[in-house]
Design a protein around this ligand. Structure first.
Ligand SMILES: [Zn+2]
Length: 64
């Protein structure tokens, strides 16, 4: 199992070609910056959706 394959992917943010390997901790992104920007957007979206669901699904049980 010594076969080494170099997988090249395009950074989802800036479309720059990057090596998808263990040596690239930011894969599939080209850099930490791109990774953080992308994650940040995801979290923001997730968060607003989650909050919306939370309120619309009647998850609030007020204790009396
Ligand atoms: Zn990038």
């Amino acid at each position: 199992m010594a076969e080494k394959k170099t997988l090249i992917v395009k950074c989802p943010r800036c479309k720059k070609e990057v090596v998808y390997s263990k040596e690239n901790p930011f894969r599939p992104f080209c850099s930490e910056k791109c990774r953080l920007v992308d994650l940040g957007q995801w979290f923001e979206e997730d968060y607003s959706i989650a909050v919306d669901d939370f309120f619309s699904m009647g998850n609030i049980n007020e204790k009396e």
